[in-house]
Design a protein around this ligand. Structure first.
Ligand SMILES: NC(=O)c1ccc[n+]([C@@H]2O[C@H](COP(=O)([O-])OP(=O)(O)OC[C@H]3O[C@@H](n4cnc5c(N)ncnc54)[C@H](O)[C@@H]3O)[C@@H](O)[C@H]2O)c1
Length: 438
């Protein structure tokens, strides 16, 4: 099929690359000419494992093209996938301005009987709204399909090629079947629904996962208070098939470009319809507090943070991505900065994006060794494999005080106990102190 994808962000680019990999002819469109120039040279503007290989392969094979021209991209496409951003507005609602502009761009160039697919995460009713906008701007017949995306950054290619499910929402059977056909080579379970259910499935899924995270984080806080161990508790809970093991890893809260904004947008939608979804308000409030956990623990242990050197390991909101949107590291960095601590951070890939948000609030190290040298404490903020594999004996040797606040429970107890001197503060488990009087 001839497919146009609007937006070459995490979702649009991954989708475009994967659809070209399974044999479709894909043209990706973006308004950002720097991104398109880099993509034309085979360089991915985002860090995503496996993406660049498929990008170069399919560009060379002629299946994948990039353009800033909506006309060039859309005029021959049978299917037009909109994957532009839907960020958060100040009132919590989804900002649909990019989407509405994209709808106008599509209507200016679409060919008759093409199918417009909304992949961006949009509040219930948005597909209908976009349909009315396109209808107002063109006389050509077209069809609409809602096809929300569930990929996770850091495993976007794998998630697209081997998705748990694909949701196709449409009131037009022929259009739904055509999109089913488009995805057939992926051999993934497909669920057909009406448009509004498809829109709701996306928000309900993200809100549920965010709530699961806030729930396990509250259980972790309670474990610390009562002397239980969150790893054993989560393990014992997760073995129950009704609960499942995923999303039971306690830590310092969720972040990223989706959970924070999607939970708030769903809460906003509920409010518009007179539904008091108080559970979601709690999910958000718990997460806001949880992001402060390492800072609170450090204040209580070190008393005074002024002029203390804190090494922050990890900046991105999760491993295997350079995305800094709503990362817990942002709040932690600001709190430490206000407390006049000297923060030196290291992240394997997110440094450039972090600089755009945090500027000179913190210093940026180019290695773990540089960050931890002479530090009063280490904060583990993102669970990169590089950090999980650290030799803690070596790490603590180079610190001024061997104090580690681990926000992601990266280490097994025996590894910590093998150190000659360490004070280790995990989440939801008792602290471990070796070779020191505290
Ligand atoms: N990032 C994720 O993990 C993820 C997962 C599932 C769903 N989603 C949803 O998918 C959507 C896209 O998310 P993202 O993270 O890929 O966004 P992003 O911000 O990384 O990328 C959006 C891209 O769209 C481009 N764009 C904006 N207006 C355009 C237009 N008129 N024509 C062409 N290009 C245009 C921007 O320049 C940008 O490159 C959002 O609704 C998001 O909620 C994201």
């Amino acid at each position: 099929m001839k497919i146009a994808v609007l937006g070459t962000g995490y979702v649009g680019l991954s989708t475009g690359v994967c659809l070209s990999e399974v044999g479709h002819h894909v043209i990706c469109i973006d308004i950002d000419d720097q991104k398109i120039n880099r993509l034309r040279q085979g360089i991915s503007p985002i860090y995503e494992p496996g993406l660049e290989d498929l990008l170069t392969k399919n560009t060379a094979a002629g299946n994948l093209q990039f353009t800033t021209s909506h006309q060039e991209g859309i005029e021959n496409a049978e299917v037009i996938i909109i994957a532009v951003g839907t960020p958060q507005r100040n009132d919590g609602a989804a900002d649909l301005s990019y989407l509405l502009q994209a709808a106008k761009d599509v209507s200016a160039h679409l060919k008759p009987d093409s199918i417009v697919v909304i992949k961006s995460t949009v509040p219930v009713g948005t597909n209908d709204y976009v349909k009315s906008i396109i209808t107002n701007h063109t006389k050509k017949p077209f069809k609409m399909v809602s096809n929300p995306e569930f990929l996770r950054q850091g495993s976007a290619i794998k998630d697209t090629m081997k998705a748990d499910r694909i949701i196709i929402g449409s009131e037009d059977k022929e259009a739904a079947l055509k999109i089913q056909e488009m995805y057939r080579p992926l051999n993934v379970p497909i669920l057909m629904t009406n448009v509004r259910s498809a829109e709701m499935i996306k928000y309900a899924s993200n809100a549920f996962l965010a709530t699961k995270i806030s729930f396990i984080n509250e259980i972790a806080n309670l474990c610390e208070a009562v002397g239980a161990n969150i790893i054993d508790v989560a393990n014992g809970m997760g073995k129950d098939k009704r609960i499942g093991e995923a999303f039971l890893q306690a830590g310092i809260g969720y972040g990223g470009s989706c959970f924070p904004k999607d939970v708030k947008a769903l809460l906003h939608t509920a409010g518009l319809h007179g539904v008091d979804f108080s559970l979601l308000r709690e999910t958000i409030a718990i997460n806001d507090e949880q992001q402060k956990l390492l800072f609170t623990k450090a204040c209580s242990r070190l008393k005074q943070l002024k002029d203390k050197k804190i090494a922050m390991l990890g900046l991105s909101f999760k491993p295997e991505t350079d995305d800094m949107r709503e990362a817990p590291s942002i709040k932690i960095a600001h709190l430490l900065h206000e407390a006049e601590a000297k923060v030196v951070a290291y992240d394997p890939v997110a440094k450039d994006n972090a600089k755009k948000i945090l500027g000179d609030t913190i210093e940026y190290a180019s290695s773990v060794d540089q960050a931890i040298e002479n530090a009063d404490a280490v904060f583990i903020v993102t669970e990169w494999n590089e950090f999980k594999q650290l030799d803690l004996t070596e790490v603590t040797k180079h610190m001024k005080q061997p104090i580690i606040f681990d926000g992601r429970n990266c280490f097994e107890e025996n590894k910590i106990r093998a150190c000659s001197k360490i004070e280790y503060y995990p989440v939801g488990k008792p602290a471990i102190v070796v070779g020191l009087d505290t």
